[in-house]
Design a binder for this molecule. Structure first.
Ligand code: ADP
Length: 342
């Protein structure tokens, strides 16, 4: 079963991407949160500019919607460079990548999203490009095959991945800078929401921004999406201004509860609790019960539930923790987890 979830960290449509572009901070000083990353990146970029060199190859990792693409654009702006974007699964043939690489100018940025999904042959093709700024291209076949050595301009590869562990060591080793993006605090999300509301010209008060921030699952993309729904609601049911009351009503109507959980999250938790007695239960069994794909559950549902401590992932499967029982208003058999495991 596939459906569009308001709280999905993934992009829902191309239309949403154009909307997001208007909200994307263009420079590091407007990039909210991720203080350590921002500070280290600012130094690395300034050093590269002072030496009049391209920025080092940079790997960004972290869950979807946290601002990896935004950072790639910020790097390009800061270096005064052109940016070309592509993604791991989009690069199927070495010829595709060859075309992109030979079109890059000195210092340009190549952004590869989902870099852990690059096919193995493309990944190998990328090694000499990253290391020595050249590619070995084989033309013709069989006994007429020749390897042509093509020099490239010194470019910067910015890779983004949601799964750092799935990246091969040789690829990882060719990056000079690594940044791990973390879920945002409610305060950071509040700031992002207020900034976005300012750009969109929507009046919002502090408590209105808080209500949305609390439900945004630590993710700026979700914060901006929720803001959009609340803005519609405020325009139709209110006077266009976003207050805490308007935000609460709008998001309740959308099925997003006070911690940002939606129906799928709640069904996920109640399946473990009611059907499997709190677990452990394999994700395949939950997937069959909910009629949802395993990948959807693993990539889109579990990360936030794990981060919030609602569930644990063990070798024998998923278990529900006390906060999950509390949130659903179900009493925990045998008391709290502490008494169970003592
Ligand atoms: P990712 O590439 O990690 O999936 P994006 O860079 O596309 O995420 O970010 C999603 C949206 O969230 C962006 O369009 C931007 O508007 C917003 N955003 C992300 N990070 C920040 C940030 N640090 N400050 C302000 N807005 C942000």
């Amino acid at each position: 079963m596939s459906r569009e979830r308001l709280v999905s960290p993934d992009l829902l449509s191309q239309e949403e991407e154009s909307f997001n572009q208007t909200l994307r901070p263009p420079s590091l000083d407007q990039y909210v949160g991720q203080r350590k990353t921002v500070e280290k990146l600012a130094i690395a970029l300034q050093a590269a500019r002072q030496r009049i060199e391209p920025a080092e190859h940079t790997l960004l990792f972290g869950p979807p919607g946290l601002g990896k693409t935004t950072l790639a654009y910020i790097i390009a702006n800061a270096m005064g460079a052109k940016i070309t974007t592509t993604s791991g699964p989009a690069l199927e043939r070495t010829g595709d990548l060859m075309g992109i690489l030979t079109n890059l100018g000195e210092g340009d940025i190549l952004f590869v999203d989902e870099i852990h999904r690059l096919p193995a042959n493309i990944e190998e093709f990328l090694y000499p490009a990253m290391e020595d700024f050249k590619v070995d291209f084989v033309v013709d076949k069989g006994m007429f095959a020749k390897t042509i050595n093509v020099p490239l301009k010194k470019f910067t590869l910015v890779g983004a991945t949601t799964r750092a562990g799935s990246l091969s060591a040789p690829l990882r080793n060719r990056f000079g800078l690594f940044f791990h993006l973390e879920f945002y605090s409610v305060d950071d999300l509040k700031q992002i929401i207020s900034r976005s509301a300012g750009i969109l010209g929507v009046p919002i008060n502090d408590s209105g921004a808080s209500e949305i921030a609390r439900r945004a699952r630590g993710t700026p993309r979700i914060a901006n999406r929720l803001l959009r729904r609340v803005r519609d609601y405020a325009d139709v049911k209110g006077d266009g201004k976003i207050s805490d009351e308007i935000a609460r009503q709008a998001l309740k109507l959308e099925g997003v509860d006070e911690l940002g959980l939606d129906e799928l999250d709640r069904n996920f938790l109640s399946t473990i609790i009611r059907l499997y007695k709190g677990g452990p239960v394999g994700v395949e069994a939950i997937s069959a019960t909910l009629n949802e794909e395993v990948d959807t559950l693993v990539d889109m549902v579990e990360p936030y539930l794990l981060q919030q401590g609602f569930i644990s992932r063990t070798k024998s499967g998923r278990t529900a923790n006390e906060p999950a029982y509390k949130h659903l208003g179900i009493s925990m058999p045998g008391g709290s987890p502490q008494t169970l495991f003592q």
